[in-house]
Write a protein that binds this ligand. Structure first.
Ligand code: HEM
Length: 395
């Protein structure tokens, strides 16, 4: 197979999926692509196929299985370790995920609203009191979710420079496998010590007292869970806030529509999640049985990349998919995944995004990019797409 595309594919517009991905979606919705190790997993680009595979237990998330389309050697290296429940199947996954479900319900998340609003306001107070231009990522988009998740978990926010840096390096494909592994090991040591000490009324304290102490959760699984929550809890949301802001500032008509959007509070946020789908390297799975999908049979042991970013632009599911409609309803996008591994933090993420973006757009109606879009450092090599720095000015 020599004529297959290399994946990931390059973008042309920073706010849209790669043009070649759109072509594949149109002309060859189930195709093969070549990844870093020379293997050729299937690439699924249709909404119905992506959704079907994510809901189908015959597809595994376990990187230890031969044929799993890992993003790099570090991901594959987890074959020897257990990893966290995001890379486990079946009863093990359910058991570990269940320990946390009560922490992320709508009710529990809603109780955080006043604290998140206060944090957003305080960060903007500090931002506007400082010099211009300012980096909105360092001053707002990153600290907001980082403060929220550290308070929820019981991780001291004073350590944020350390854990934010390691969280970023842990997943960055450009940093290389050694750097990925070293960052993961450092986070494991840090959170292991913290879990050992916790007993307070925070998530890690409860995990320690109720699950580790009773033997329901091994120390290794507790550490892996803590890493997952800390990293997933801030990296994604920070980048979604930053990218959404850049998109709105680059498109004043959309910024205006966002400010005046009517309808349920999360509708506009969901539209930004759909359009920008920041987990842009696809959900990775491996078939554990032969599965018929459209006119293709995916054989047991073959890898699958379910491209939610382009599936979220499928005209069979979304009318005028490339148009921005802040009142779109229904909007069953796949930005939080689907099925067993649906993002555990999606209520929290929606609340943070809503507060972050509405507070910012209302407080600073004349916020502007301080550099041309072409100079913004978009995260092309990172599995969580977004922007590393967002220089802005205002008056
Ligand atoms: C899983 C996206 C915020 C915790 C996922 C998955 C996606 C996703 C696509 C599915 C992975 C898969 O199917 O392989 C996002 C986005 C976010 C966000 C776009 C923000 C804009 C958060 C937050 C938390 C969180 C704030 C809080 C701790 C998790 C966890 C999982 C997960 C624990 C694993 C679920 C499982 O495997 O059962 N997320 N996420 N995420 N997310 Fe999020």
């Amino acid at each position: 197979m020599t004529d297959v595309d290399a994946f990931p594919l390059p973008r042309a517009c920073p706010y849209s999926p790669p043009p070649r991905l759109a072509e594949l979606h149109r002309d060859a919705p189930i195709s093969r692509v070549r990844i870093w190790d020379g293997s050729t997993p299937w690439l699924l680009t249709r909404y119905a196929d992506v959704r079907a595979v994510l809901a189908d237990r015959r597809f595994s998330v376990d990187p230890a299985r031969p044929g799993y389309p890992a993003r790099g050697a570090a991901g594959r290296g987890r074959r020897t370790g257990r990893g966290s429940f995001i890379s486990m199947d079946g009863p093990e996954h359910t058991r570990l995920r269940r320990m946390l479900i009560s922490e992320f319900t709508v009710r529990r998340v809603e109780a955080l609203r006043p604290a998140i609003e206060r944090t957003a306001t305080e960060l903007l107070d500090e931002l506007t009191a400082g010099p211009q231009p300012a980096d909105l990522v360092a001053r707002y988009a990153l600290p907001l979710p980082s403060i929220v998740i550290s308070e929820l978990l019981g991780v001291p926010y004073e350590d944020h420079a350390f854990f934010e840096d390691r969280a970023r390096a842990m997943l960055d494909d450009a940093a290389g496998d050694e750097a990925n592994r070293a960052a993961t090991a450092e986070l494991a040591r840090y959170l292991g010590t913290l879990l050992h000490r916790r007993s307070g009324d925070d998530l890690l304290g409860r995990l320690s007292a109720e699950q580790v102490a009773t033997g329901a959760l091994s120390r290794a699984d507790a550490v892996a869970t803590a890493i997952l929550l800390l990293v997933a809890g801030h990296e994604t949301t920070a980048n979604q806030i930053a990218l959404s802001t850049a998109f709105l500032l680059d498109n004043p008509e959309h910024a205006k529509a966002f400010r005046t959007a009517e309808g349920p509070p999360s509708a506009a946020v969901d539209e930004l999640l759909r359009l920008l789908t920041i987990t842009h390297f696809g959900r990775r799975r491996v078939a554990t049985a032969d599965v018929r999908l459209g006119d293709v049979t995916i054989r047991a042991g073959e890898g699958v990349i379910a491209a939610a970013d382009i599936a979220n632009r499928d005209p069979r599911e979304f009318a005028d998919p490339d148009e921005v409609d802040f009142a779109r309803s229904p909007n069953h996008h796949l930005a939080f995944g689907h099925g067993e591994h649906l993002c555990l933090g999606h209520h929290l993420a929606r609340l943070e995004l809503h507060i972050a973006l509405t507070t910012l757009m209302q407080r600073l109606p004349r916020l502007r990019l301080a550099v041309p879009t072409g100079e913004l450092p978009f995260r092309h090599t990172h599995p969580i797409y977004g922007i590393d720095r967002l220089p802005v000015t205002w008056d």
